[in-house]
Design a protein around this ligand. Structure first.
Ligand code: FAD
Ligand code: SF4
Length: 519
């Protein structure tokens, strides 16, 4: 072979221009790397999903006639770092040209760029050809340190890529139907929640390999992996989403339920969400494929699917997903160190087993451990909100999110976690801190009715910890937050309380904050 082309675990894009022609001189390498399995502690399903998808991709490339070397953890055990492995492959195969696609994670991009700079053979770097915006375009839309807002970016993207447009106007007359999308699931809605399409990919061999190499993971292991690992499964998931979930996607997008026993037996844990994030982030499918397919379905079924549902879905992919990627790349590496609020408490122990009396946290965490999945509002307004108002160190929060979710890759995890949910970036991603008391959780879920704590109480014996901790947080950062007009009402209601009541609330919060591992 003359050329070695490296394919990373999240670069499984069969539509890449690399594969349009076959070349007997080119060797593709896909490797299970010890450095990737260990850079953070991952959920077992996350590692299984990536390795299984990499294997499937390798087979598909081979079937298409390409030369592929798939290296398992056994094969790479002597190379703790990627450059060592590459040196050995280049030497063994007398490679003259090294090529790779731009990694989407800063850590890997820096590693490969340093490696390339000291190589004595020629090398090339390619775009991944996955996102709507190419890598080189990011700087046209984003500026380092600037407080960007989704809405302006999203409108530009809709117009530029001509998605849900009516000439130069947004289809339906308005850009954003978010206000139609804030409904709670009532008891009568529960039986109608569709059963999600799950797969049964055999990952027993991968599990054995992980054990053999002492890779430490956490979370529930399922011998039959339910996540899609190849293009056909990913396409099936898109089709199933269109047929069973799209018509209520936006409507129940923020809703949560803990009717757990029923839900698990009926397998309704993901509600109306698509669960496409793993297939997207590993690049098995492209965002354009997902958006085009779902929009096409909408046009053909517009009597069943209203515009608010499809607009809400498109906004997540063409808007949020591309937006957080832009924020990540213009602001790295300093973004990873931001801690605007100086948060430094330790993550409570129950984040690793869900054993807390707070029903909302318990349910969101247990579901994350069971399925390596929680939907956006569980991540943002349950666990994320807790960490924010409890002042947990954003490094620890980032590590937990980066490990636990099957879709967690730093470029998308970090701006969502450190930025949107922890406000550690001081408002680069979001215009205000997403802090809330138990009221929000009570409004959007049935968690509180099954909780040992009393949602109605703020400073009583059995008061919901989210209530007092919320006020403690808002009061602590009053100087910073009170300038924001969106917080005006909140501070006025805080100051309307009698001084003694305020003191009691703050004392209650201090108590909970001192026993975080046991609440
Ligand atoms: P759906 O609700 O069906 O949405 C469709 C798609 O839109 C998703 O698959 C995803 O690709 C995209 N999307 C939706 N919201 C966002 C968002 N805020 N940012 C980027 N893309 C979005 N998403 C990840 O892919 N990886 C992460 O590591 C990740 N970490 C998060 C951490 C926190 C604290 C928060 C608040 C959100 C995080 N998200 C992350 C965003 C979002 O929660 C997930 O993309 C979504 O829950 C995945 O489930 P789904 O595929 O069923 O999404
Ligand atoms: Fe969560 Fe408080 Fe509701 Fe319990 S009462 S579920 S702790 S918000």
């Amino acid at each position: 072979f003359k050329t070695l082309r490296l394919i990373l675990g999240d670069q499984l894009n069969a539509g890449h221009s690399w594969y349009t022609s076959k070349n007997d001189d080119t060797l593709y390498v896909i490797a299970e790397l010890h450095q990737e399995a260990n850079y953070v502690q991952h959920h077992i399903q996350k590692v299984c999903a990536f390795f299984a998808a990499m294997q499937a991709f390798s087979k598909a490339l081979q079937t298409a006639g390409h030369n592929v070397k798939y290296l398992t953890l056994d094969d790479t055990k002597d190379y703790s770092q990627l450059p060592e492995l590459l040196n050995s492959l280049i030497k063994d195969h007398q490679i003259e040209l090294f090529e790779y696609q731009l990694p989407d994670e800063y850590r890997l991009r820096a590693q490969l760029s340093a490696y390339r700079n000291q190589l004595s053979i020629a090398s090339n770097v390619f775009e991944t050809e996955h996102f709507y915006l190419s890598d080189s375009e990011i700087s046209h839309y984003f500026t380092v340190g600037k407080k960007h807002r989704l809405e302006a970016f999203y409108r530009k993207m809709r117009a530029r890529f001509n998605v849900l447009m009516d000439g130069d106007k947004p289809l339906g007359g308005t850009w954003n139907f978010d206000s139609n999308n804030r409904n709670k699931l009532k008891q009568k809605d529960l039986p109608e929640i569709p059963e999600p399409l799950v797969f049964a990919n055999d990952v027993a061999d991968i599990f054995e390999r992980l054990k053999r190499h002492n890779i430490t993971t956490f979370g529930e292991y399922h011998e039959r992996l339910l996540w899609p690992i190849n293009k056909q499964q990913a396409k099936d998931l898109v089709a199933a989403f269109c047929e069973t979930q799209l018509s209520k996607f936006g409507f129940f997008q923020d809703a949560m339920t803990c009717k757990a026993d029923d839900l698990y037996t009926k397998k309704q844990w993901s509600l109306y969400h698509s669960r496409l994030s793993f297939a997207l982030n590993s690049k098995i499918i492209s965002p354009a494929y997902v958006v085009d397919t779902v929009v096409d379905y909408y046009y053909k079924h517009s009597s069943e699917v209203d515009i608010a549902q499809i607009e809400g879905f498109v906004r997540q992919i063409i808007g949020w997903r591309e937006f957080v990627r832009g924020i990540y790349w213009v602001n790295m590496p300093q973004y990873a160190r931001l801690n605007q609020l100086g948060a430094k408490r330790n993550l409570p122990k129950w984040f690793w087993d869900g054993e807390t009396k707070m029903n909302c946290q318990k349910h969101a965490i247990k579901q994350s451990l069971d399925f390596a999945y929680a939907h956006h509002i569980q991540r943002l307004m349950v666990t994320g909100n807790f960490c924010l108002i409890a002042g947990i160190d954003p490094n620890q929060v980032d590590d937990w999110y980066l490990g636990v979710y099957v879709d967690a890759i730093e470029w998308v995890e970090m701006p969502n976690t450190r930025g949107m949910s922890q406000f550690a970036d001081g408002g680069i991603v979001g215009s205000k801190a997403y802090a809330s008391s138990g009221n929000y959780i009570n409004k959007m879920s049935d968690y509180c009715s099954e909780c040992q704590y009393d949602i109605k109480s703020v400073d009583g014996n059995n008061a919901c910890p989210m209530n007092s901790m919320y006020w403690h947080f808002m009061s602590k950062y009053e100087e910073q937050f009170s300038n924001n007009p969106r917080n005006k009402m909140i501070y006025s209601s805080w100051h309307k309380k009698q001084p003694e009541e305020r003191e009691n609330i703050l004392a209650k919060a201090q108590h909970y904050l001192s026993v975080l591992d046991d609440i």
